[in-house]
Design a protein around this ligand. Structure first.
Ligand code: ADP
Length: 517
């Protein structure tokens, strides 16, 4: 476990158990219902401050894709906007993600001769989500993804360069930023939000949402000058939100205590790909103010992370570009064990069931065509991607039964030639070639906690729904802090689409609210 995760773990537990949110959550569980949590919380949130320190029409919590999309659209609609970010830097998980944006019918697909539609994207999302997705929300993402992508390119000014495949999609539909990172969108979004006059501040942590006697959200209590993860750092302040608050605080993959409430298996033995600030206090505080949560126990592990590097690392980009082109092997048996192009949950579950890291490999021809030079160079430099001159040397290094492994490669290559995998039904792409040309490149894979599908319940307008099944007045939400869009499993590259689509909706609608005072 990294130092950062250790710190996060201890702080999260302390936070969770000592704060009113943690106490209410535990009380809610003990009393057999989250409704208790919501009711107590709404009462606790009715204390208006003696005076407000600052005012904005729309206060946005979080500076990832969702928060920035909301800020830009709220400014475009004429509202004054303040974006609060608790960490010392902007961007959350968004700035460290792989920069892949799922959208059907883009010019990238047209150029590649790929037929796609929002209906097919929705079908893929629902299938992966085990049909637990709130269909109206999933449909909005699929229908508006292309428009959101074009907005990012044309209005925000982000640069996109290539079309990628992600497991669980029927076709290649992820367009990747030019720099192969979420920063390729976050940075232009930050620049646009600033140019439009939004006020942004780091080291300002949301502590609680302030509501009036009727439960309308009227502002937030924060700590300014907060130094993550020191909960005593910073000074309390109150910011009035004349129109609305947009909650865009991301997921809780780094919050070991909270994730264990919902999936007790996910102890601190599982590392996370997320930035250290991916903790759930802003979500719990929203529940304390009356918001309802949903599907919190669907927590996704990324099947493409490596035990040989920290955080998100370089191997995910290596692995995901290789699936459908190179085989994934269990070193113990020397054989393939699962469909390489399966969705994240299927693959992570298959690897966890095996109980030890597996490997994925590509030959020099495939690697030259599919892997970005930067990924290969950096992955090799830290030893997470290794190079072997022969398949025999590769087998020896990973302690594989050599003869079985060599026979498995022959078998895989025959499937590639026929473009049909008779063993696991892996998708084999038209330009896939047999794994035959030395040298061979290999990475080990072991899953990490990556995305929390559950979160705040929202409706089609991005309004947060409360325990009375009605919108919580003055509260909107978008991005990973919400639940329902993805159901049981979020497909790779749909997060960016979700965040931008619902962030924009939240921002526009928040700006349309009638000012309360
Ligand atoms: P999304 O992908 O949904 O936009 P991100 O993880 O990219 O989510 O961004 C969420 C941001 O919200 C992160 O930068 C995180 O540090 C910030 N955040 C989380 N909790 C709080 C909080 N209590 N106060 C202020 N910012 C927060």
């Amino acid at each position: 476990m990294s130092e950062a995760s250790k710190r996060v773990k201890s702080v999260s537990r302390r936070d969770f158990l000592k704060t009113a949110g943690g106490a209410a959550a535990v009380a809610g569980m003990a009393m057999g219902g989250v409704a208790v949590m919501g009711r107590d919380a709404a009462a606790a949130g009715s204390n208006l401050p003696a005076k407000w320190d600052e005012t904005a029409d729309v206060v946005v919590i979080g500076s990832g894709f969702a928060g920035l999309a909301a800020a830009i659209e709220a400014r475009n609609a004429g509202a004054s906007v303040t974006v609060l970010e608790k960490m010392p830097v902007y961007g959350g998980n968004s700035i460290i993600n792989g920069g892949d944006f799922a959208a059907p019918g883009t010019r990238f697909q047209k150029e590649a001769g790929i037929q796609d539609s929002s209906e097919l994207m929705l079908k893929d999302m629902l299938k992966a989500g085990s049909y637990l997705n709130h269909p109206e929300l999933a449909k909005i993402v699929a229908d508006q993804a292309n428009g959101a992508f074009e907005w990012c390119e044309k209005f925000v000014g982000a640069k996109f360069a290539r079309l990628n495949f992600h497991g669980g999609h029927s076709v290649k539909r992820a367009i990747q930023t030019e720099n192969a990172s979420g920063s390729g969108l976050v940075n232009p979004m930050l620049a646009k939000a600033k140019a439009l006059g939004a006020k942004l501040e780091t080291r300002t942590k949301l502590v609680r949402y302030v509501s009036d006697k009727e439960g309308r959200i009227v502002g937030v209590e924060v700590r300014k000058g907060y130094r993550f993860p020191d909960e005593k750092s910073g000074k309390p302040a109150f910011i009035k939100a004349s129109k609305a608050v947009v909650v865009a605080a991301g997921g809780f993959s780094q919050d070991v205590a909270l994730r264990q409430v919902h999936d007790p298996r996910l102890t601190d033995k599982f590392d996370s790909t997320n930035h250290p600030g991916a903790t759930g206090e802003a979500l719990l505080a929203a529940c304390m103010a009356g918001a309802m949560d949903v599907q919190m126990d669907w927590i996704q592990l990324g099947p493409w992370t490596s035990p040989d590097e920290k955080g998100f690392g370089h191997v995910p980009q290596f692995c995901e570009r290789l699936v459908g082109y190179g085989p994934m092997i269990d070193p113990k048996t020397g054989k393939r064990f699962f469909k390489e192009t399966g969705n994240r949950k299927e693959r992570a579950d298959a690897i966890i069931l095996i109980g030890h890291p597996v490997v994925i490999l590509g030959d020099s021809d495939t690697v030259a065509r599919k892997i970005l030079p930067g990924t290969l160079e950096k992955g090799m430099k830290i030893g997470a991607i290794k190079k072997f001159d022969t398949l025999q040397a590769l087998a020896k290094n990973y302690d594989m039964p050599e003869a079985v492994f060599l026979a498995e490669i022959v078998r895989w290559n025959a499937f590639v030639d026929k473009k049909k995998d008779a063993d696991f039904d892996c998708m084999i792409f038209p330009d896939s070639k047999p794994t035959a040309a030395p040298p061979f490149y290999v990475a080990r894979l072991w899953p990490r906690v990556h995305h929390t599908m559950g979160g705040l319940v929202i409706n089609k307008d991005a309004r947060v729904i409360g325990f009375d099944m009605k919108p919580v007045k003055g509260m909107y939400a978008a991005g990973e802090v919400t639940g329902g869009v993805h159901g049981a499993v979020r497909l790779g590259s749909v997060a960016m689409a979700d965040c931008v689509v619902f962030g924009r909706i939240a921002g526009r609608n928040a700006a349309k609210e009638k000012a309360w005072g």
